[in-house]
Design a binder for this molecule. Structure first.
Ligand code: HEC
Ligand code: HEC
Length: 333
């Protein structure tokens, strides 16, 4: 055949097909995508620290185990308040001239999805301890430790961010563990990861609509919420399954006078609005307020904490909690 004997025609045709197909399957759809999709109006710009943290995230291969996509299926409800949209990824920019930035949507979910981790786990202390060695805070964790994101100093200086690592995990190294810039940037990136609310909060429903409050799990009495499930999902990361907390980071709820005592207003206020009263502990985020908890969740969690780990506190009713919540709200107005 003449065609195969003429190298100019042969390579010319191959080149034209390559360029044509590239235009057709890659470049035109990409331009089309960029024109169609815009970041949501409330989407936040990444801080310079978070941008550097994203590079650390990529360099350490976190995407191998963590997705950043909330699929439109029932089982993904825990990872965000709505299914992900193209707009969620429209603001992503190149890392620099030479490096494009993948969306980091990921394909493997060995660990939890991180789309909304900034809302779910905003605590700097928790994240640093967890990165140093996940087993300190989550005993069964299979996530690798990232000790190279930390250094050990004989004496921490005022500008150092100290990480409260229990002696048993220091592997014989004397001194104080402090976070490197990389670790702080990485956590800044994790804290930046929040699902952007839609304008007017008209979130599209998941394929399967949420079925009332009972999905949280039901307690002993019909209609009562499962305090244990709420505790595992929202408090256990810091206060631990055994309620003993972690010395120097998170206080114990076992034997806590706030949990079992009479100052119910303070207790409810801590659950809703967070707590930062003592220098020896980090700060607790406004967990309940962030999740929009009603008196039912708050009562269930209080009853769970008051009747476990040897705690023996009086049972509360949602009605009682509702009054206290209204009182707290009036005070803060
Ligand atoms: C081998 C798989 C694996 C890798 C690699 C990995 N993780 Fe994880 N990650 C997990 C698992 C499993 C969990 C759940 C248990 C736990 O909390 O430790 C988890 C939990 C987390 C959590 C808490 C999520 C939540 O919802 O509470 C964060 C944050 C996190 N990882 C960040 C990272 C970062 C940052 C990196 C990279 C430096 C990373 N992970 C690398 C497996 C992994
Ligand atoms: C990100 C970590 C974190 C999470 C999650 C968390 N807490 Fe806390 N919590 C803390 C810290 C830190 C303190 C101590 C703050 C201080 O004293 O300055 C605290 C204090 C408390 C106290 C006061 C205890 C005492 O005796 O001083 C109660 C009660 C409490 N938390 C309940 C809860 C409940 C209930 C949840 C779940 C809805 C929860 N916490 C989730 C970090 C956390």
């Amino acid at each position: 055949m003449k065609f195969f004997d003429n190298h100019k025609k042969l390579f010319g045709t191959a080149t034209i097909m390559f360029v044509g197909l590239t235009l057709l399957v890659a470049i035109i759809p990409a331009i089309n995508n960029q024109q169609k999709n815009r970041p949501l109006p409330d989407a936040e710009e990444m801080s310079p620290e978070a941008v550097k943290g994203k590079v650390v995230f990529i360099a350490n291969g976190c995407v191998a185990c963590h997705t950043q996509q909330v699929r439109n299926v029932e089982m993904d409800k825990t990872w965000g308040s709505r299914p992900g949209l193209p707009a969620d990824y429209a603001g992503i920019k190149r890392t620099d001239f030479w490096r494009n930035t993948a969306t980091l949507m990921g394909t493997e979910r060995t660990g939890p999805d991180l789309t909304d981790i900034g809302n779910r786990q905003p605590s700097l202390d928790w994240n640093l301890v967890h990165l140093y060695n996940p087993r300190i805070v989550v005993k069964e964790s299979v996530m690798p430790a990232y000790p190279w994101l930390f250094t050990t100093r004989e004496q921490a200086s005022a500008s150092d961010v100290v990480v409260n690592v229990p002696e048993a995990y220091k592997k014989g190294k004397e001194g104080t563990v402090v976070a490197t810039e990389d670790a702080l940037h990485l956590v800044a990136y994790l804290q930046f990861l929040k699902q952007t609310p839609l304008p007017g909060n008209n979130a599209p429903e998941f394929l399967y609509t949420r079925e009332g409050k009972e999905t949280v799990g039901s307690g002993n009495t019909p209609g009562e919420m499962d305090g244990k499930a709420l505790y595992i999902a929202n408090c256990q990361a810091c206060h631990q399954a055994n309620g003993e907390g972690l010395p120097g980071a998170f206080p114990p709820l076992k034997g806590s006078s706030i949990v079992t005592g009479n100052n119910l207003q303070l207790y409810v206020d801590i659950i809703l609005n967070g707590y930062d009263a003592r220098p020896e502990y980090g700060a607790m985020a406004p967990v309940g307020a962030n999740l929009g908890w009603t008196e039912h969740e708050v009562a269930a969690i209080i009853n769970y904490e008051r009747s476990n780990w040897g705690n023996d506190g009086e049972k509360v009713s949602p009605e009682e909690i509702k009054e206290i919540m209204e009182f707290i709200q009036q005070q803060t107005k």
